[in-house]
Design a protein around this ligand. Sequence first.
Ligand SMILES: Cc1cc2nc3c(=O)[nH]c(=O)nc-3n(C[C@H](O)[C@H](O)[C@H](O)COP(=O)(O)OP(=O)(O)OC[C@H]3O[C@@H](n4cnc5c(N)ncnc54)[C@H](O)[C@@H]3O)c2cc1C
Length: 397
Amino acid sequence: MSQHQNQFLTKDVVILGGGMVGAATAIGLAQLGLSVALVEAFEPKAFSPEQPLDLRVSAISVASEKLLERLGALEAIASMRQVAYKGLETWEMEGFITQFHSDQIGATHLGHIVENRVIQLALWQACKGYDNLQLICPAKVSQFERIDNGIKLHLDNQQIIETRLLVGADGANSQVRQWAGIGITGWDYAQSAMLINIETELPEQDVTWQQFTPKGPRSLLPLPGNNASLVWYDDANRIAQLSSLNSTALAEQIKQVFPQRLDRSFKVINHGCFKLTRRHAQRYYDDNLVILGDAAHTINPLAGQGVNLGFKDVAALISCFEEAIKQQQSWWTNELLAKYQASRYRDNQLMMTTMDLFYASFSNDLLPLKLLRNSALKVANIDSPIKRQVLKYAMGL
Ligand SMILES: Cc1cc2nc3c(=O)[nH]c(=O)nc-3n(C[C@H](O)[C@H](O)[C@H](O)COP(=O)(O)OP(=O)(O)OC[C@H]3O[C@@H](n4cnc5c(N)ncnc54)[C@H](O)[C@@H]3O)c2cc1C
């Protein structure tokens, strides 16, 4: 994939991290006519339909789909693998359920479940359509250096790139964020998550559901064909213990704790576990540098909003730059980066805090609290303008 011949490059923008967020940013900025280099450490494995489904999947909101369409990646995703979901259901005690359906707001669907790698591959394919976008992979930065009006990057493949703007889309442990000395606030949640791909007897469903328990939610996301992704949140020790089980023993444990609506005739295909961490960068920019996606924030994934927030960052950054370029103003100034930060910081904070409120209020077995939150779920199920508004918010509209 590496397309480098020149050892010394000058680019308007260098993006470190070619994951979903970095690749989307690269295309968006290339569409504005800027010269862009996208630097990624690892090339994603090419897609083939026979491959088993990856564990890392995302529930992509309608707003994210609109961005992916604008960037020219949506068709390629559809040509690989995805599944639309129309319903979203959540409950703790049986009989106190909140159900959302796309019909309630006259939409065709609420979003799609897609493997992260499929989204990344579709974006990489779209990158090839731009002469002003250079993908450099595999490569990492071995040294960052400040120069007049920009940043100089020394890559571990001996290339040197000078740029006006460095974009950190290099994930939760962002090297760019750390080099810039941007602090974070955050903590590790007591819970971990286990992702389990199962093969089901019945073909794909179109509802994603989640049952809250004091130990953490138990969720199902439909996957293409006779497949689904289960997410089991629990305390870290329990998840570590489950990880050591073979597929048959794990299936038995799932049958004991997952709600009855999960068809019992499933087979465990693959599983993996993830620590849950909340991190929020104290600011999103520095001189000639900006961060976005997981480099700027990681959120409790219980409502599957992580990459959707990242895509909102991408859309906001593109829109700020587009406006500046239209007005023939400089697009790399701190003033403009501050505008980007202002457009995203509070929204990201709000979503993170909402997830934490859910996490805290459901991680408690006190009876009065349990009755209160279950009554709230029942009330929330009544069709009302507020419910429709919540649904639109979940869709990113
Ligand atoms: C258990 C779990 C379930 C989740 N479920 C959902 C969901 O349903 N919906 C949702 O929206 N989100 C979900 N998320 C969150 C989502 O996966 C992340 O928000 C998303 O992957 C962030 O994308 P990103 O591109 O910002 O970062 P990443 O995906 O981390 O990509 C960063 C990229 O940068 C590269 N990189 C890193 N460092 C360097 C370097 N120094 N040099 C070169 N390259 C580098 C990496 O190789 C990688 O390709 C979930 C997360 C977890 C943990």
